[in-house]
Design a protein around this ligand. Structure first.
Ligand code: ADP
Ligand code: ZN
Length: 721
């Protein structure tokens, strides 16, 4: 092959052709460096017939510069990249960027210099230096990364290096990982678990595409069961990918994994340092990384010998990426397994309706774990009708829930109060003039966070200190908090039970692996009586002494009414309920609601999952919603309101008339201003059989917009804001 076509990481460049110089060998999938004008770019050699571009005459071709020292991307992965780009209406370049997610990995063997504190102090202390020394305790990274962690300039840190406060450490970037052993500490499985493990083991052994839905109640030991399939893959020298929805869950998983296999798995997530990222990427590509645990982005890595994929808590909405390439990792995982011809396991106690449907139609094989491990019973669930049993004014916990907490405190058992709202209060207003604090960049209220003394926008991250006086009328000390967040619930518990030890568990308080680990140990050691948490604590955690779960506001998730609101509420409450009574003592769940007869609440209280899913399935069928029909959202945005509106109108005006496809809108998006951009939305609803993506691609391909207008396409959207 003396002429090659490259996929490059800039969509605007399209595919580029080059000449392969004498003595250089490349094959499809090779990562290469090529000249582009005066610059050099990285590209992947692709099958020319699969990438369209204008033909360049032989004589104009420039030669490739270098082949990078990484294994060529396999055909299975190249097909996945194409499928993902096609399905989610994204550019090949943007998907390929997720594959080559570590720029550093493309360079040959190397070492880097990292720095860490020596314990010494500088001759002259400055506030900046003090801040750095405090923030860098226990850290080791490059100067640039440390500067990011400490929030100081690199210059400040260089000063500390000169003073001997930071010392250099040379790190081999490719040092090997500790090996996991399949038989390190295999548990005695229950009969039910054994049946699941055996079926999964057979599938791993046999190879071939095999999708499974592992449908097991909370606390049934799904993890133990799929660990046996991992053991089988390890014995066969195959790699395993386990996708977890949140880094917060990873900590507990890592511990269990290490106990079982004698070594931690390789982790992959967005906050890895660049050296760790490079090390992991290269070990994955060489096949040395045996088991990778990661967030959704781990799905696109170039595994050399993938033998099994597990998607744990597969119903979780966080598997859906909502910016950049808007993909659903659960669905892409199944596609990857299909291209790689390997088994994939979707594990959940509350599977997505789409997954249940796939199992019902026989596309997925269903494996069930209907009872809890160790004879633990599922907790009893009861609703508290807030219209009949309301809390006192400015309080949020109804008398029966308060009594239940008191009872647990007396018995030295633990309670968990769930409210999916970070901060102290979702809305702050002026008592005097009624002014409401709103984000300047978004159509959203600012949320008061008392612990960190700030008003924050949960959409764009904008923060400001709470003002001493109302910015509108100037009245001092006039701010009132409206409604509760977890911090306010924690205050109420503290007022009612001053002796109770309380832990607030949200993405604000558990924002690093260390903090999650500290939280888990504190609860395990019995140093916490009441946990107040958001959805972060609804899944994955196993606290045997936790016997009471209180759902503070079960109606919250049903507001806003997007297509999955009922399903999501059901899943969230069923999951958080699943944290109760996992040990020897029975659990109790109390759900505060104003609508005890609502189908979601009634099904939960009756423990009748099938009733809920059956009703929900019918509602979806009726609405032409997934899995019976398909949706796509198109968001048109611009910093200029008139321009956004005009572009949306132009898009709407040129909508194609296609049988089986309805196009609704444009209308202002529910979040009509986000990060300073005005947003309009169109919704496309298609019958299952209609070619949704082609229609959208053709429709948008025929239009052009000013550069300042952005068009976002979200296939199978989860967020309808
Ligand atoms: P799930 O993920 O289904 O909610 P887990 O996998 O977290 O359940 O299991 C619940 C608890 O039971 C965990 O502490 C786990 O270690 C324990 N467990 C499950 N199966 C076994 C087993 N076969 N032997 C010993 N402990 C088990
Ligand atoms: Zn904002």
């Amino acid at each position: 092959m003396n002429r090659v076509r490259l996929l490059v990481f800039n969509a605007a460049l399209g595919a580029l052709d080059y000449r392969v110089p004498e003595g250089m060998t490349v094959e499809p999938g090779s990562a290469v460096v090529a000249p582009l004008g005066p610059r050099q770019i990285v590209g992947i050699v692709w099958e020319a017939e699969r990438l369209e571009t204008a033909e360049v005459p032989e004589s104009k071709l420039r030669p490739l510069i270098e082949v990078l020292s990484v294994p060529p991307l396999k055909a299975e992965l190249r097909r996945l990249v194409e499928w993902t780009a096609d399905y989610y209406c994204a550019s090949l370049a943007s998907v390929a960027r997720m594959v080559l997610a570590s720029g550093g990995a493309l360079r040959g063997p190397a070492s880097v210099t990292e720095y860490r504190l020596t314990g010494g102090m500088p001759e002259r202390m400055t506030p900046q230096r003090e801040r750095a020394i405090e923030a860098l305790d226990g850290e080791q990274a490059t100067i640039r990364e440390l500067a990011g962690i400490a929030g100081v300039s690199e210059g400040v840190l260089r000063g500390l290096v000169n003073q001997g406060v930071l010392e250099p450490v040379t790190v081999d970037t490719d040092r090997p990982y500790k090996r996991a052993e399949a038989d390190h500490a295999a548990p005695q499985l229950t009969r039910e678990q054994q049946a699941v493990a055996q079926r999964l083991g057979e599938a791993v052994e046999a190879g071939g595409f095999a999708p499974f839905l592992l449908d097991g109640v909370t606390g049934s030991g799904k993890t133990e069961a799929y660990f046996e399939a991992i053991a089988r893959a390890l014995r066969n020298g195959r790699q395993v990918l386990v996708l977890l929805p949140e880094i917060a869950l990873t900590e507990a998983f890592l511990r269990r994994f290490e106990e079982r296999f004698g070594a931690p798995p390789v982790t992959w997530h967005s906050s890895l340092k660049s050296t760790e990222r490079r090390r992991a990427w290269r070990a994955i590509a060489s096949g040395e990384a045996q088991v990778v645990v990661g967030a959704r982005s781990a799905l696109f890595l170039p595994y050399a010998r993938l033998g099994l994929i597990v998607v744990d808590e597969a119903h979780e909405v966080s598997f859906k990426q909502d910016d950049g390439v808007r993909y659903n990792a659960r669905d892409v995982a199944v596609m990857r397994a299909s291209f790689e011809r390997i088994p994939v396991v979707l594990a959940s106690a509350t599977p997505a309706l789409e997954s249940l449907q796939m199992a019902a139609s026989g596309t997925y094989e269903r494996l069930e774990l209907p009872s809890r491990f160790g004879g633990a019973e599922l907790p009893g669930i009861a609703a508290i009708d807030l219209t009949r049993d309301p809390p006192e004014r400015q309080r949020w916990l109804a008398p029966p829930l308060v009594a239940a907490i008191e009872d647990r405190l007396a018995k030295r058992e633990q309670s968990l109060l769930f409210l999916n709202r970070r901060g102290y209060a979702p809305l702050t207003l002026c008592r005097h003039c009624g002014f409401r604090f709103q984000c300047g960049n978004c159509s959203a209220w600012l949320v008061e966070h008392r612990l960190s003394r700030r008003l924050a926008c949960h959409h764009c991250g904008h923060e400001e200190p709470p003002p001493a006086a109302c910015p509108e009328c100037g009245e001092p000390e006039c701010l009132v908090a409206c409604g509760p967040g977890v911090e306010r619930i924690a205050d109420e518990v503290r007022e009612r039970f001053p002796e109770a030890r309380i832990a607030i568990a949200t993405s604000d308080t558990l924002n690093s692996p260390d903090k999650v680990a500290a939280f888990v140990s504190a609860v395990d050691a019995g140093a916490v009586d009441v946990i107040v948490g958001t959805q972060l604590v609804t899944k994955g955690f196993h606290f045997p002494e936790l016997t009471l779960v209180g759902v503070v506001d079960a109606d919250l998730g049903l507001e806003g009414g997007d297509l999955r609101a009922a399903e999501r509420s059901y899943q969230q409450i069923a999951q958080v309920a699943g944290r109760a009574g996992r040990g020897a003592k029975p659990g109790e769940v109390l759900i505060q609601t104003r609508h005890p007869k609502a189908p979601v609440i009634a099904a939960l209280a009756a423990g009748d999952r099938a009733a809920f899913y059956d009703a929900e399935t019918e509602a979806r069928r009726h609405a032409g919603a997934p899995p019976f029909g398909r949706w796509a959202a198109i968001i048109v945005s611009s910093e200029d309101e008139a321009e956004a509106k005009e572009a949306a109108r132009a898009l709407g005006g040129s909508r194609p008339a296609v049988a089986d496809i309805a196009i609704l809108g444009p209308a202002p998006a529910p979040l009509s201003l986000l990060r300073g951009r005005y947003r309009y939305r169109l919704l496309v609803n298609a019958r299952r059989s209609a070619g949704l993506q082609q229609v959208i691609a053709q429709w948008l391909g025929g239009l052009s917009f000013p550069r300042s207008v952005r068009i976002g396409i979200d296939i199978d959207p989860y967020s309808f804001v």
